[in-house]
Design a protein around this ligand. Sequence first.
Ligand SMILES: *[C@@H]1O[C@H](CO)[C@@H](O)[C@H](O)[C@H]1NC(C)=O
Ligand SMILES: *[C@@H]1O[C@H](CO)[C@@H](O)[C@H](O)[C@H]1NC(C)=O
Ligand SMILES: *[C@@H]1O[C@H](CO)[C@@H](O)[C@H](O)[C@H]1NC(C)=O
Ligand SMILES: *[C@@H]1O[C@H](CO)[C@@H](O)[C@H](O)[C@H]1NC(C)=O
Ligand SMILES: *[C@@H]1O[C@H](CO)[C@@H](O)[C@H](O)[C@H]1NC(C)=O
Length: 266
Amino acid sequence: MAIQAIFRVLGVIPLLLSCAGAHQFVRFGYSGSICPSKWGELSPDYSLCSNGTHQSPIDIVRSATVVDPSLKPLDRDYNPANATLVDNGFNVMLKCGEEVGKMVIDGKNYTLKQMHWHSPSEHTIDGQRFPMEMHLVHASEDGNISVVAILYQYGHPDPFLYQIKEKVEELSREVCAGDEEAHVPTGLVDTKFLRRHTNKYFRYVGSLTTPPCTENVIWNVLGKVREISQDQAAALSSILGEEYRNNSRPTQPLNGRRIFLYHEGV
Ligand SMILES: *[C@@H]1O[C@H](CO)[C@@H](O)[C@H](O)[C@H]1NC(C)=O
Ligand SMILES: *[C@@H]1O[C@H](CO)[C@@H](O)[C@H](O)[C@H]1NC(C)=O
Ligand SMILES: *[C@@H]1O[C@H](CO)[C@@H](O)[C@H](O)[C@H]1NC(C)=O
Ligand SMILES: *[C@@H]1O[C@H](CO)[C@@H](O)[C@H](O)[C@H]1NC(C)=O
Ligand SMILES: *[C@@H]1O[C@H](CO)[C@@H](O)[C@H](O)[C@H]1NC(C)=O
């Protein structure tokens, strides 16, 4: 990109757009020789993707879920935060600055680190797949992860994405060399749309849905499907290369795991 090159020659760091260090992982994808069924063979670090027994995503069969009266409402506390929109190559991620907030499960803090989008959805409900799924990724100090997953159907624009509309457009114009990551700082992002009260969620223990498929994730899939406009979904997808516009891992076997349901008042 000519302008980037000029900035580099002048030694000036571009104010808004930038490319950063090469991806530090073995490339994986969603089709061809690097498709999900091959992930376990791409690197020894990815072996859980093929031989794990608690993998994600899953199909949530409503009639097989178990109401767990010990589950609590999702305890989340997010603040407005500075963030950076990042093109990871395989998905688009909004990386949070420090102190954006946390969720608390069984008295343990999980700090919100980043959120990213998959299209179509990775989790399905009674076999139904949705056009989009967002993952809010939280990590505890000892390295465990809790993800809040939100499913989207087409409809009204999603207010959270709406506020970073221009940044999404900037990121789609940014072209970085080879396997570099494109970054766009967003400034302050309002997270109030994300912490809306939820009266129903599905909880199960699973894995990351991308390599290395680590099995230390507490999943919280919200019961309420939210809306996103087709334009918003298309704008997010257009950032990614064509072979990553479908970045949904197929559903994985439950292997005896149970899916618990929190339903307020039930
Ligand atoms: C996306 O890719 C998966 C395989 O990874 C495939 O099962 C699915 O049908 C694809 N979906 C679309 C909408 O192309
Ligand atoms: C999965 O495969 C890796 C590499 O072959 C091995 O180290 C690991 O023990 C296996 N894990 C399970 C759960 O079978
Ligand atoms: C966000 O970044 C701006 C500019 O660097 C700074 O002035 C502001 O204090 C930051 N806000 C938060 C909540 O970190
Ligand atoms: C969780 O975070 C809060 C502040 O947000 C802190 O007061 C509390 O001590 C933390 N709890 C643990 C177990 O670290
Ligand atoms: C971290 O997750 C693993 C796998 O779910 C679990 O066995 C372990 O108890 C968790 N550790 C803590 C401290 O919650």
